[in-house]
Write a protein that binds this ligand. Structure first.
Ligand SMILES: Nc1ncnc2c1ncn2[C@@H]1O[C@H](COP(=O)(O)OP(=O)(O)O)[C@@H](O)[C@H]1O
Ligand SMILES: [Mg+2]
Length: 259
């Protein structure tokens, strides 16, 4: 299986705090991989280093063989990596459709001058983008509320809208930061199916941060476990669930008894 994303020795220090130390991971193309660990373990920081929001103190990020270390978030996005945020970041006063369109503009071909002048080419492209955005809203089950303001949507819908916006950038690699947070058990179950569906439909590789163990264990083929910024384990869900270090640092005896 070929590797789509590789990090080597990724390290992020904030003053005296080592948020992530020496994170070296290889993510196979087409996989769904989990990144788990207690709060403050450094999971989001890994996402931020991979997606260009933080410049790593040390280490490198390679995507499809190309080095992305230290590139801007925009650059990383154009290379084919999209993400959602632990704290939802939507444009609350814009409609759901507009939020998806904002993602799509990253891929727009005609320049801004043409857009301002409304040339036939830019008009055609804009119509196309609008159609694609509607299609994505349909994929995430939000087509019926396309014209509603993002901030008025229920929490679960906002999370799915963020995923639609990420998909609009036409990524080949998608990072989801706690997509099930705030969802009820039924929504979480649907989310698992949904993650598998979009992987196939859009030919994606997915890296997932999630605390809901049902979701993580149910959907991930491989996982990495962080604790205090260190990688304490790596493996398939079965191996992770029975790993004493992981149980001690994160899952707890309680989880094991009920698993
Ligand atoms: N921009 C920042 N400045 C200072 N400390 C940060 C910053 N971002 C994250 N941290 C710290 O790094 C550690 C890891 O945080 P984070 O990656 O958000 O953890 P997780 O996502 O696993 O809960 C925490 O101690 C957090 O306070
Ligand atoms: Mg986090």
């Amino acid at each position: 299986m070929s590797i789509i994303l590789e990090t080597t020795g990724l390290t992020m220090r904030f003053g005296g705090l080592a948020a992530v130390t020496d994170f070296s991971a290889s993510i196979p193309k087409g996989s769904i991989t989990g990144l788990i660990g207690p709060n403050g373990a450094g999971k989001t920081t890994c996402f931020n280093m991979i997606t260009g929001f933080y410049r790593p103190t040390q280490g490198q990020v390679f995507f499809q063989g190309q080095e992305l270390t230290g590139k801007s978030p925009h650059c990383v996005c154009r290379a084919g990596i999209a993400r959602t945020f632990q704290n939802i970041r939507l444009f609350g006063h814009e409609t759901a459709l507009e939020n998806v369109l904002i993602g799509a503009f990253v891929r727009q071909k005609t320049g801004w001058i043409q857009s301002v002048l409304m040339t036939p080419a830019s008009r055609r492209e804009e119509n196309q983008l609008r159609d694609q955005a509607m299609e994505l809203l349909d994929v995430v089950g939000l087509a019926n509320i396309a014209q509603e303001k993002a901030k008025s949507l229920p929490y679960g819908a906002q999370r799915r809208l963020e995923i639609a916006r990420a998909l609009a950038t036409q990524p080949s690699f998608l990072l989801l930061d706690e997509p099930a947070a705030g969802m009820n058990p039924q929504e979480s179950l649907e989310l698992m199916d949904f993650i598998r569906t979009i992987r196939t439909r859009f030919d994606l590789t997915i890296l997932l941060i999630e605390h809901d163990m049902k979701v993580v264990m149910g959907v991930c083929e491989h996982m990495w476990v962080l604790d205090y910024g260190l990688t304490i384990a790596e493996g398939c869900p079965e191996a992770i669930q029975s790993n004493p270090k992981v149980i001690e640092a994160y899952l707890g005896e309680e989880y094991v008894r009920h698993a």
